[in-house]
Design a protein around this ligand. Structure first.
Ligand SMILES: *Cc1c(COP(=O)(O)O)cnc(C)c1O
Length: 511
């Protein structure tokens, strides 16, 4: 109550400018573009992985929001001083962690246009251009990937932009679930089984949790080094067979092209052949690696996609489009629509009733949706298929170059074969010395190797010079070197290898 009283008293001194004043927008907008241009120009001077401690920001910012307006100049000073130190610089040329989030001028400016228009395109009527551009770019992109026409609108399939792969998998799983339950009766939901491999992204588990299938009927089928951690069709077949014998109903398979840990590729054609036998919906998750298939020499990784039911990849990973932008194609859009549509009175309109338009709200979880097609359209037009292929090939070439350096140094090894622009490697442990204590001598070779690589990675990342992350496959801890930041050049990759060698030397000396 007290603060309300002060508000009234102080209110008159504040001069209210319209929050969307066009001239202020111009002035401040130019300032922010300049700020970001300087950021990209100077990005190498920042430590790639943020060096702040948890809670750093609360110590630096006030406890409450300002009552009086503050000028943009003051706010931007704080962005520089308080926010930038807490950023991990995903656009740095020395960034090789997780998967890339490759930025581009076109991707950024497309995002700016779509944010600038700030339309909410839940159905056709709410912004016809948003819907129509989306279906057009999804067809363009589907043709670039040589998807069969059954995934395109002209072949009675269709594409939609989701926020993330997690949403794409949840929507397709829900479509598959309801299509099945409509046939066999809703009371059978407890019998439906979802398959993936032990390398499948946790997005599948989350989707299964939400869809009411996890934990009982969730099958992460084991993979091994023998198949380079791809899902073996025979393993899938036996898992399905065992479930059928137990009276369960196989529903959904999520196969991966380019797993998160090691970019392993599940053999799509033979997996689809198994799945088809049992009427299982196959989704292909190519979140990271899907974009490579616009290059003829990488298209074979998705061979067999014609037999899948849905396919998705993230344009916000390795396709020069800002987060978020997951491209999803389905052969049977009506399955999505049946599972996800609602039609309240307040959204009724003539276009929807004419049945001549797409209402994308029925293809996704949320009602409201962003105009994501704008940025994808900008990227496709600004670079063309030719340059997009060139960008991807340059990254693959740099990864190959790094791989050669690792191979030539006998202290290291490549852990799994490289498929795209990511190299998985590790430092080999030195032989145990006689004077070393008993516990160390007893610990297995593998544990020693894992420990030494954990140390190596932390010692490198804590310098901020480059940033890589790790994964464990088949019990082996390995360092992932993922090339794909748009600013990365040969000299950065050479520097990265130098940094790795320096730190490895120091660690081996200390052993
Ligand atoms: C990154 C990744 C995901 C998750 O993507 P989101 O868009 O963050 O949901 C799923 N699957 C694979 C193979 C990935 O690499």
């Amino acid at each position: 109550m007290g603060s309300l009283h002060t508000d009234v008293l102080e209110n008159n001194s504040v001069c209210a400018l319209n929050p969307l004043d066009p001239e202020e927008f111009r002035r401040q907008g130019h300032m922010i573009i300049d700020f970001l241009a300087d950021y990209y120009r100077d990005i190498e001077k920042y430590p790639v992985r943020s060096q702040v401690e948890p809670g750093y920001l609360r110590k630096r910012l006030p406890d409450t929001a300002p009552y009086n307006p503050e000028p943009i100049e003051t706010i931007m000073q704080d962005v520089q001083k308080e926010i930038i130190p807490g950023l991990t610089h995903w656009q740095s040329p020395n960034y090789y962690a997780y998967f890339p989030s490759s930025g581009s001028v076109a991707g950024f400016l497309g995002e700016m246009l779509s944010t600038g228009f700030n339309v909410v395109g839940f159905n056709w009527m709410s912004s016809p251009a948003a819907t129509e551009l989306e279906s057009i770019v999804m067809d363009w992109l589907g043709k670039m990937l040589k998807l069969p026409t059954s995934f395109l609108f002209s072949g009675n399939g269709g594409g939609v932009l989701q926020g993330t792969t997690c949403e794409a998998i949840l929507c397709t799983l829900t479509a598959a679930r309801d299509r099945m339950l409509n046939r066999i009766g809703r009371e059978n939901i407890g019998k439906l089984v979802v398959y993936g491999s032990d390398q499948t992204h946790c997005a599948l588990q989350k989707a299964a949790q939400i869809a009411g299938i996890f934990p009982n009927n969730f099958r992460p089928v084991a993979t091994s080094k023998a198949t380079s951690f791809g899902l073996a069709p025979e393993s899938l077949q036996s898992a399905i067979q065992a479930d059928i014998e137990a009276g369960l109903i196989p529903l959904f398979l999520c196969a991966t092209v380019g797993t998160t840990s090691s970019t392993a590729v599940d053999p799509i054609a033979p997996l689809c052949a198994v799945a088809k036998e049992y009427g299982v919906w196959v989704h292909i998750d190519a979140a990271y690696a899907g974009s490579a298939s616009i290059c003829p020499e990488f298209r074979h990784f998705i061979d067999g996609v014609e037999d899948a039911d849905s396919f998705s990849f993230n344009a916000h990973k390795w396709f020069f489009t800002t987060l978020d932008c997951c491209c999803l194609w389905v052969k049977d859009p009506s399955a999505l629509v049946k599972a996800l549509s609602t039609s309240p009175e307040y959204l009724r309109n003539k276009a929807t009733e004419s049945k001549q338009v797409i209402d994308y709200k029925d293809w996704q979880i949320a009602l409201s949706r962003r105009f994501r097609a704008m940025k994808l359209w900008m990227v496709l037009r600004s670079y063309g298929v030719a340059n997009l292929r060139n960008f991807l090939r340059t990254h693959v070439k740099m990864a190959k170059h790094f791989e050669e350096k690792v191979t030539m140094d006998k202290r290291f090894e490549i852990v799994v074969p490289r498929n795209f622009a990511m190299v998985c490697f590790r430092l080999l442990p030195p032989p145990v010395k006689d004077h070393e204590d008993e516990t160390l001598r007893q610990s297995s070779e593998l544990e020693r190797a894992n420990e030494i690589n954990r140390k190596l990675l932390e010692s490198i990342n804590s310098t901020g010079r480059i940033y890589m992350t790790h994964a464990v496959v088949g019990g082996v801890y390995m360092i992932r070197f993922a090339v794909g930041a748009s600013l990365t050049e040969d000299r950065h990759v050479n520097l990265a290898w130098k940094v790795v060698q320096e730190h490895a030397e120091a660690i081996l000396k200390a052993c």
